[in-house]
Design a protein around this ligand. Sequence first.
Ligand code: SF4
Length: 225
Amino acid sequence: MLRIAGIEPFSTVDWPGKLACVAFLAGCPWACPYCQNYILRSIDSATVNEDHLFEFLRKRQGLLDGVVFSGGEPLVQQALPEVARCVRQMGFAVGLHTCGAYPERLRQMLPYVDWVGLDVKAPWDAYERVTGAYGSGERARESLDAVLAAGKELETRTTWHPSLLSQADISTIAHDLAARGVRTWAVQAYRHVGTAGTLPNETVYPSDVPSDLPDLFEHYEFRRA
Ligand code: SF4
């Protein structure tokens, strides 16, 4: 069963250009200190299962464009690809927020996914600095390659806290993504409110992003704290 921590009935921000509901799935294997949803990292944060989601969706057919699976890390749950298939059969488009920790399960799910928001947390060889998880960069890179190979609509985003990533790191990330053919990248300035509070309360500004980077992408956005 899918273990769901909560459902946001209407959102216009979690899937750009779509009116969607968001299912926040419980559990995440990584431990990013800037996590805004760190309470959801425990699988025990689940309160409902997919029956509740399907009941909710039956009443929203024709009113919502799609469903976004978020978390936590939604792909921590083995049941997700099959649930996504059923949601699609009901006529909803499917969006996915993922950190890329489960490339194999992502491949299983991609046939039922219309849009992916993928976190790119650091240069691939520096991932552990952010996630605390050995081998996380390799898994995230594999996930990115899977989404690109499947030709799915993709937004990549990088959360930037100045003590975790340098300007040179940001530059490395952007050039690597552009070289792989990524067209959409957002820099998200660290926001202290809602985190576990282990990082200094500092952030970054649009002018901190090296000026050559936005032009590498068709769509670039700086999201403020
Ligand atoms: S991968 Fe996402 S949900 Fe997991 S700890 Fe990092 S920011 Fe939080």
